[in-house]
Design a protein around this ligand. Sequence first.
Ligand code: UDP
Ligand code: MG
Length: 343
Amino acid sequence: MEDRILPEEKRRNIPRLILVTPCYNEEELIEKTAAVMAAKLRRLAAEKKITDSSRVLFVNDGSTDGTGRILHDLCERDPIFSVLSLSGNFGHQSAILAGMMFARDKADVVVTIDADLQQDIEALDEFISKYMDGCEVVYGIRNDRSADSFLKKFTANMYYNLLNALGGKVIKNHADYRLVSAKALEALSGYTEVNLFLRGLIPTMGFRSDVVYFDVKEREAGKSKYSFGKMLSLAMNGLTSFSTRPLRLLGELGFVTALIGVMVGINEIIDWSKGENVPGYTTILVALIVFSGVILMSLGVLGGYIAKIYMETKRRPLYIIDNVVWKDDNGNEGGADDRNTCG
Ligand code: UDP
Ligand code: MG
């Protein structure tokens, strides 16, 4: 329907793109990645899909290897590169947010992409064309997970299903490869939560959005920087940030078990009044163990939510900027100070 295209969106100019790339100990591949990214941006600019002033912004998430030095060298060599260095390792989600918040008043669109280029950079054309069609957010969705181990595939699948069953608004097989327009970034800056799960947060903002499919590649060098612990914490964050249903389930579970307890109790009284022997310790033992388990589990879930409330009340910054190398269009160095930062 022609009418769906608003007049304002008909006038969309070609955007200035900032590619935000979090890096944590990526010295083995960052140089190659940078070359691929610069070539891609220049190709897109030559095809008039993005402006010549488009940039790559690396977010150095407290790397302890040579990544920081390499990134600064890259910035010296080629003005297309910039680097935002955080004061320590704040994790993938915070690093992405730091980059997006820094870029939000400098770009028309930001695309976040991992430093290992597992996400196909050739999909950028399609991201941009969806933006030109009027989308404020474009989600990159992996076509298949063949590059992942069976275990990762299996757990990821289970996790998405669980999240959706619990009422989370998560897009399946979408990680953090996405385009966000300046307008949507402005909206995102209004969210103040400390427990960050961008994948769940961004879809709740609304805006016109679309998806782009891409093929996942193998990591070419280095190891995955997502340790099991980091992955588990992200997964738990996702669950508890977007669903309070576990709390309700707990209540229901408690109610059902209590009901069973009452019924067992009544049964015992009836047996006793008939003078029948009460069965031995087994019943008691089983009941004790089962109910202790239920109580402990409930406490664990409650504790999880309370811990989150505790963290939220502290209002701690999600990241701290140590230094920035950013040249504006006139070649002047510039910096920024933003929400959640004190750098
Ligand atoms: N990363 C980061 N901080 C961290 C862990 C990872 O900035 O604490 C970056 C990493 O350099 C990469 C991206 O996040 O650019 C995704 O990490 P990785 O490829 O190791 O994760 P996987 O693809 O294995 O899930
Ligand atoms: Mg990766």
